[in-house]
Design a protein around this ligand. Structure first.
Ligand SMILES: CC(C)(COP(=O)(O)OP(=O)(O)OC[C@H]1O[C@@H](n2cnc3c(N)ncnc32)[C@H](O)[C@@H]1OP(=O)(O)O)[C@@H](O)C(=O)NCCC(=O)NCCS
Length: 139
């Protein structure tokens, strides 16, 4: 089941976020994100447990995927795909969806390619010494 993430999920949200970045809880404060009119946090729940989430930022007709993560035990079951699809179906004014991904993160690149994203640019040394691939798809 997909739902908006609530403050009660803070610990689990930060736990999943720490898979992406060890400073996650400092960089992405759930209180701010929940109250922001530009950000949305959607969680994928197995019973009551938050097992994955997507964080997006919406500016006019463009959505940016900021973070997407799924608990290791729940991967390859289509959870990330269903979170992306949910976002695609949630707005009727969106024209474009964009993201940046580390060129070494092949799992994520495969996920995005499978969901219709195409590489539009590269930013060298965006993640320390690693290059970022900028991807986009029309909605
Ligand atoms: C990337 C991530 C979100 C994918 O989540 P997921 O729920 O396992 O993804 P899905 O089950 O929807 O996978 C969809 C497709 O993506 C590709 N894919 C996903 N994980 C893959 C892997 N480990 N190896 C190869 N392809 C993979 C496959 O094409 C897959 O389709 P298939 O299972 O039918 O072959 C997950 O691996 C994750 O949380 N990684 C760590 C965090 C991260 O890197 N996030 C992205 C940057 S913020």
């Amino acid at each position: 089941m997909i739902n908006n993430i609530e403050l009660k999920d803070k610990n689990r949200f930060n736990e999943l976020g720490s898979i992406i970045n060890k400073n996650f809880a400092k960089l992405y404060q759930i209180e701010e994100l929940i109250n922001s009119s530009y950000d949305s946090l959607l969680g994928y729940y197995e019973k009551e447990l938050l097992v994955g989430f997507i964080h997006i930022n919406k500016m006019y007709e463009t959505i940016d995927i900021i973070n997407i993560v799924v608990d290791e035990k729940y991967r390859r079951q289509g959870i990330a795909t269903s979170l992306i699809k949910y976002i695609l179906n949630s707005y009727n004014d969106v024209e474009k969806i964009m993201l940046e991904v580390n060129e070494k993160n092949q799992d994520a690149i495969n996920l995005y390619l499978k969901n219709g994203f195409k590489e539009i640019n590269r930013r060298p040394k965006y993640y320390g010494s690693d290059t970022a691939i900028i991807m986009e798809r029309d909605v």
